[in-house]
Design a protein around this ligand. Structure first.
Ligand SMILES: *[C@@H]1O[C@H](CO)[C@@H](O)[C@H](O)[C@H]1NC(C)=O
Length: 119
């Protein structure tokens, strides 16, 4: 995997899977800022990284998510389009997920305004 450039104003999309059980549903909502900051510090040399290639289908557009060479991301790709091939990487037992376009190598990221971009 390519190292992501640091110090940029872009925050890469790291999806942190959380498990909450029925017993906490009455409590205040989870502090995601704290959770993400704690999970980011964990180094996990035990669990295997899993890398798979997927297409992500959008029911809204009826097409697939694609990462384009101009770093734009949309869900307008036909089935089998080369830009619709997405590499999904997980580590730490799947609690973190990174998604990048297989063709362009750009990760699906968000800028500070929450807009999707390739980076
Ligand atoms: C969430 O956690 C962060 C970091 O620990 C803290 O700065 C922030 O005040 C917390 N927010 C809430 C709503 O508790």
């Amino acid at each position: 995997m390519r190292a992501l450039p640091s110090g940029l104003s872009y925050l890469c999309l790291h999806l942190f899977a959380l498990c909450y059980y029925a017993q906490v549903t009455n409590q205040s909502p989870p502090n995601f800022t704290q959770h993400v900051s704690e999970q980011s510090k964990l180094t996990d040399r035990v669990s295997r990284r899993l890398i798979r290639i997927y297409q992500l289908y959008s029911r809204t557009s009826g097409k697939h998510v694609q990462v384009l060479p101009n770093k734009k991301i949309n869900a307008m790709a036909e089935d089998g389009d080369v830009h619709a091939k997405l590499v999904v990487e997980t580590d730490t037992f799947g609690s973190r997920v990174r998604i990048k376009g297989a063709e362009t190598g750009f990760y699906i990221c968000m800028n500070k305004r929450g807009k999707l971009i390739g980076k």
